[in-house]
Design a protein. Structure first.
Length: 207
């Protein structure tokens, strides 16, 4: 797979990610939700994530800044990995996976770097783009999440140890297109590991 094709794939995913986020941010108030096709287990549910996956945060006044800077450094590393893999004519599985991960990482970086200064807040109101009263500062934007699949929710049987009788929801994570791209890319590397990293000719000769 050529670098041009991989770049087009990454850009298309990045564009889709940002279009969905801009739509949600300018049409939904925070914690507003709608059921897709009337399904209880498929919802568009608008939340904002200040930290990493599952809402995890780096503590301290500079935690958000450290996280954003780390993401930027990681994107440079992933970009080089993609370029180097294409140059070496690596497996298509590997190149597609890297392109997906790069697009996802870049998508969430855009939120973190820019959204705090181009939007006002979404608490009880629909945010305005290029607001004169932004909700944050550079590198301190919140990541927009909206895809929600609560496939099951209810109380667990009392006979279960530890969790018996407690309320349980599966799947309770809210994510976005960028997160989906990253997860898919990582999934490809795990499931198709042997195809993504085929043995080199020298290793085959030794075997």
């Amino acid at each position: 797979m050529t670098l041009k094709k991989a770049s087009i794939l990454a850009f298309a995913i990045l564009l889709l990610d940002q279009i969905t986020k801009l739509y949600i941010k300018t049409n939904f108030t925070l914690h507003e939700s709608v059921h897709v096709f009337g399904l209880e287990w498929f919802q568009i549910y608008f939340i904002e994530n200040e930290g990493m996956a599952w809402g995890t945060k780096i503590p301290g006044d500079y935690g958000k800044l450290i996280l954003t800077l780390f993401r930027i450094v990681a994107v440079f590393g992933i970009t080089y990995w993609l370029w180097d893999s294409c140059r070496k004519k690596a497996s298509k599985y590997l190149i597609v996976a890297i392109a997906l991960i790069l697009a996802g990482a870049f998508g969430n970086i855009i939120d973190s770097v820019f959204y705090g200064v181009i939007f006002d807040h979404s608490n009880g109101q629909v945010a305005s783009l290029f607001s004169e009263q932004p909700y944050g500062t550079w590198f301190h934007g919140k990541v927009v999440d909206m895809i929600y699949f609560p496939l099951f929710e209810g109380y667990l049987p009392d006979w279960l140890p530890i969790w018996g009788g407690k309320f349980f929801r599966f799947f309770n994570a809210v994510f976005n297109i960028a997160d989906t791209a990253i997860s898919t890319g990582v999934g490809i590397l795990i499931v198709f590991n042997k195809k993504a990293f085929p043995p080199k000719k020298e290793e085959l000769m030794e075997d």
